[in-house]
Design a protein around this ligand. Structure first.
Ligand code: SF4
Length: 744
């Protein structure tokens, strides 16, 4: 008799939506994959990307032993005990001689694996680490800076119900970012009473569906957004009651908009003035509006200013805390340093602003590759690939070799691992308990702890166990102090909660080490789910910080009971609604005593006024094209997919160029061109398209990763430079790289 393989619940790990999927596993292979209809966010939806997720699990040779770099650059296998002992000894030596602030942490997981990050924080506390970062600091820190100053949290839109949706530098057809993106886009496009607006230099898949496409010249989004806001102000299309009741500091903002010459700004961004006016009037007339900004502006000139101007569109028209509008949402665990935005702390060598606790990615190599006495001397990289994903890969590789110590955790020999002193092999995301903290939905917010689909490959370890071993080797936690907590854990969560918070109250230092303490004391009671112990602390803080919303989601009781109930529920491995709100509750997440938005940001208003006289093109005679380096396409993902056979189309990651440019260069589909920038050059296969303007070319993200079956495509950051970056957030101009094309 044959048995039917069971469908097991997990999630797609290829973008921040983390759609629920069901998988059949045979011989450690993900043989069948489908959307999980019971998932509260994705409801059975997937795009095409996860259907061949086995290429992640089995498509790339795995690391199965810790590796130590030899003097000649080759690697030798060493056992785990040796690796942990040597790494701990060298970290401690750097801490003791130079200070823990010279040890830099990067990463903590990618699109699907954040659980290890909680334990990484304990190691950072054990070492006295002060500087850290992750990929958000090359994408989102400009928006975080603006969010922090306006209202202190992260916003998202109700795209499913909005009458007007504005996508700014965003192509959700390919990059998603909200649940069921494609069905939602189709419904919107088919409804004559709703309007989709896209601001994008490309005629992307989403722009092609839109009612209004403001096809700006590359790099001029700020002028377009400023002109839209100026029409709202100058034609008196504002929601005056909302502005009066819910904001402070509006007058200087309105004054800056009044000064704008809309006709001139329209000319600067290359969009018809009347179309800008029509769009602004449509936004003002709608019952509900929401907007979404993404890398098209966040990795382009004036990115932080553009974020500010984008948010003014929905604030000045009163589109917050209502159906179809924008909202602030609950948080399960913070991905960065909270919603304050920050920016007052700076990095030790270059003085770059640290926003939301993150060192700008463009500054990392500069903080290492220098003789400055305060340079970073060690770097710990957890499950990410900065030598491929950050600007100026050659410079990053050089900086890594300058370090006294570098440690990389990963499942495969990545471009970053190839530069490290030690490489520690991790279990894959389907071989351990995992989760992400991209929980940004409203009015119901969802967290999904995923159970493992199989055991870790022999020789590998889950990140929580790696961190526990290093912290133990450092000897910073008194074992005797843990014993009462272990006894309390045996008695159940109620006893444990009392004992844990009493211990932290008596010794606040334990709070920084909480991940480790939980792993060592609560963890042993959780069986194979030991790595989830840190989530007990997260669940408690979630329930304490948002008690009413958590109670509405069904986690009730007194004291520590709601947090314990939430933790027990998430351990089921099902996606869980952890907060439930009404639209009015969005105001509860405004981190201001008076719950008002603070509209005036003087630094950004200065930059807005400066647009009138500033250049709006950065190409030169030598580099006359604008290269968009890292376009999201149907078969691109982050670099955790290394197996080139995962791509069903565009296997080589074509260089897209406009029909006019193809004609001028006498090239056709399949020909090759050399792309040259100030930083480097690469040869790419041409794809001629009518979606790009003349002078604008694009290469996809995620290509150019090494694999035994070949390394197709161009690694985009061999072409990008550190120099082109936002003056506030330091975010790179990946979408505006001056370049030239040469016939090969
Ligand atoms: S939208 Fe696609 S890539 Fe993103 S999580 Fe869902 S299935 Fe995966």
């Amino acid at each position: 008799m044959t048995t039917t393989p069971t469908w097991r619940k997990t999630a797609c790990i290829l973008c921040e939506c983390n759609c629920g999927i069901e998988v059949q596993v045979e011989d450690r292979q993900l043989v069948r994959i489908r959307g999980d209809k019971s998932h509260p966010s994705s409801a059975g939806y997937t795009c095409e990307k996860p259907l061949r997720l086995d290429r992640y699990q089995n498509g790339t040779p795995r690391l199965t032993s810790p590796l130590r770099r030899r003097a000649d650059g080759s690697y030798e296998e060493i056992d785990w005990d040796t690796a942990i002992a040597e790494i701990a000894q060298r970290l401690a030596a750097i801490r003791d001689e130079h200070g823990g602030d010279k040890i830099f942490f990067y990463g903590g997981g990618g699109q699907g694996n954040h659980l290890g990050g909680g334990y990484g924080q304990a190691l950072q506390a054990a070492l006295g680490v002060r500087y850290r970062s992750n990929a958000l600091a090359q994408e989102k820190t400009g928006e975080m800076y603006v969010d922090g100053r306006l209202y202190g949290g992260h916003t998202k839109g109700d795209f499913e119900h909005a009458e007007v949706v504005v996508f700014v530098g965003k192509n959700p057809w390919q990059s998603h970012s909200f649940p069921r993106a494609r069905p939602v886009l189709k419904e919107m496009a088919a409804d004559p009473d709703r309007t989709m607006v896209v601001i994008d230099p490309r005629r992307s898949e989403t722009a092609a569906m839109a009612d209004i496409h403001l096809q700006v010249r590359p790099g001029t989004d700020a002028w377009c957004l400023a002109a839209l806001g100026a029409v709202l102000v100058q034609e008196d299309l504002l929601d005056h009651a909302f502005v009066a009741d819910h904001t402070t500091g509006a007058e200087p903002v309105l004054a800056a908009y009044r000064e704008i010459d809309v006709a001139d700004f329209a000319r600067r961004c290359g969009v018809d003035e009347e179309l800008i006016r029509t769009t602004a009037r449509r936004i003002a007339a709608a019952e509900s509006v929401c907007t979404y900004e993404d890398l098209g502006i966040q990795q382009a000139p004036h990115s932080t200013l553009s974020s500010y101007l984008n948010k003014m569109l929905w604030i000045l028209t009163g589109n917050f805390a209502k159906r179809g509008g924008m909202f602030l949402h609950s948080t399960f665990a913070a991905l960065a340093g909270g919603g304050g935005g920050g920016g007052s702390r700076t990095t030790p060598v270059t003085g770059a602003r640290i926003i939301s606790g993150l060192v700008p990615c463009n500054s990392i190599a500069e903080e290492i590759d220098t003789h400055h006495p305060d340079r970073f001397r060690a770097m710990w990289v957890d499950s990410v690939n900065p030598a491929h994903s950050l600007a100026d890969s050659a410079g990053f590789r050089r900086a890594m070799r300058r370090l006294d110590l570098s440690v990389v955790i990963d499942i495969a020999m990545t471009e970053t691992a190839l530069e490290a002193d030690y490489v520690l092999p991790a279990a894959t995301q389907f071989e351990k308990w995992e989760c992400t903290f991209f929980n940004v939905d409203f009015p119901e917010n969802v967290f999904h702890l995923r159970a493992p689909l199989m055991d870790p490959l022999p020789g590998t370890l889950p990140e929580p166990e790696i961190y526990a071993r290093v912290v133990r080797a450092l000897g910073v936690v008194d074992e005797a102090a843990l014993e009462p907590l272990r006894e309390a854990a045996e008695a159940g969560l109620a006893s444990y909660a009392e004992a844990f918070f009493a211990a932290v109250g008596a010794d606040p230092r334990l709070m920084g080490l909480a991940g480790h303490v939980l792993y060592e004391t609560l963890g042993p009671t959780l069986g194979d789910a030991r790595g989830t112990a840190a989530l007990w602390g997260v669940a408690q803080l979630c329930a304490m910080n948002q008690p009413a919303s958590v109670a509405r989601a069904g986690f009730t009781g007194t004291g520590f009971e709601p947090g314990n109930a939430l933790f027990e529920r998430i351990l089921t491995g099902e996606a869980v609604v952890f907060t439930r709100d009404d639209h009015d509750h969005a105001w509860d997440y405004v981190r201001r005593p008076d719950r008002r938005f603070t509209l005036e940001i003087p630094e950004l208003l200065d930059r807005l006024r400066g647009l009138a006289s500033e250049q709006s093109s950065w190409t030169t005679e030598e580099f006359p094209f604008v290269l968009s380096a890292g376009e999201r396409r149907a078969f691109t993902a982050n670099t955790i997919i290394r197996d080139p056979s995962w791509r069903r189309r565009d296997a080589g990651g074509a260089l897209r160029i406009s029909t006019d440019d193809a004609w001028a260069l006498s090239v056709r589909d399949g020909d090759t061109l050399r792309v040259v920038t100030e930083r480097g050059s690469a040869v790419a296969v041409v794809e001629v398209t009518d979606t790009l303007q003349q002078g604008h070319v694009s290469l996809p993200n995620g290509l150019g990763v090494a694999h035994p079956d070949g390394t197709p495509g161009v690694a985009p950051n061999e072409l990008t430079s550190l120099h082109h970056r936002d003056p506030i957030a330091g975010t790179p101009w990946h979408k505006y790289v001056p370049a030239r094309l040469e016939r090969v």
